[in-house]
Design a protein around this ligand. Structure first.
Ligand code: PGA
Length: 249
């Protein structure tokens, strides 16, 4: 059976109280597409207000600490995210892997902590332009995936993998259909290798410059089960057409 499409927005460091209206608009319009799962990952400080504003709609965090609690100034545990009303979190986004020097081992520990606490996960992997240009994209991403995904067997609801080529994030550039197809099929193969048949139930999102004008084509690629959307998730007018495109395939 085909996996239910999943479109998640990543607001990154955008969003103030005055933007709760935008979250409401997105949640409301998403109800018109019951065959697509939709979520917004907002700045941690907005999670509680967002979750209260849109009951029943999935609100997520963008990162989580691997420890349960302790002397980790400025960090948040999975239990804190859950307590604030989040039902999921992103881990391993390339902006954190780069700017915060997060290793695969660290990402894996974060993934484990989030799952153990009952948060669903969007785990990101992706190659740099330099890696793509020297023809090592697939091997690099599969090695990264293998070292970052949790060991425990998991399912469609709990674990989502997002393939996000770093050079496509926020740049307007996207890989060709063939490149996306090749990567998603390699990721699927690796998930099945790791989890057995359950690996077929893990959704694989594409992320990097997804917008209304390219979403339909991206969603029609085999093993693309949705999208992780940055810039185009900030306004309902940009985001909802992407959800609508996912509803069509
Ligand atoms: P973008 O970001 O859609 O703005 O390219 C995607 C992401 O970083 O998740």
């Amino acid at each position: 059976m085909a996996l239910k499409k999943f479109v998640a927005g990543n607001w990154k460091m955008h969003g103030l109280s005055s933007d709760l209206e935008k979250i409401r608009a997105i949640a409301e319009a998403s109800r018109n597409y019951p065959n697509v799962d939709v979520a917004l990952c907002v700045p941690a400080i907005l999670i509680e207000r967002a979750a209260r504003a849109v009951p029943g709609f999935a609100i997520g965090g963008q990162d989580v600490h691997h420890a349960e609690k302790g002397a980790h100034t400025g960090c948040m545990s999975a239990a804190m995210l859950l307590d604030a009303g989040a039902s999921l979190t992103i881990v391993g986004h390339s902006e954190r892997r780069d700017a915060h020097r997060e290793s695969d081992t660290e990402v894996q520990a974060k993934a484990k902590a989030a799952l153990e606490c009952g948060l669903n996960l969007i785990l990101c992997v992706g190659e740099s332009l330099e890696v793509r240009e020297r023809g090592a994209a697939v091997t690099t991403v599969i090695a990264q995936l293998d070292a970052s995904i949790p060991h425990e067997s998991t399912d469609e609801a709990e674990l989502t993998v997002a393939y996000e080529p770093i050079w496509a994030i926020g740049t307007g550039k996207i890989p060709t259909v063939g490149e996306i197809a090749e990567m998603h099929s390699a990721i699927r193969e690796q998930l099945v290798h790791r989890y057995g048949a359950a690996g077929n139930q893990v959704r694989i999102l594409y992320g990097g410059s997804v917008k209304a004008s390219n979403a339909g084509e991206i969603f029609s690629i085999a093993d693309v089960n949705g999208a992780l959307v940055g810039g185009a998730s900030l306004k309902a007018a940009d985001f909802i057409p992407i959800v609508a495109a996912a509803a069509l395939v």
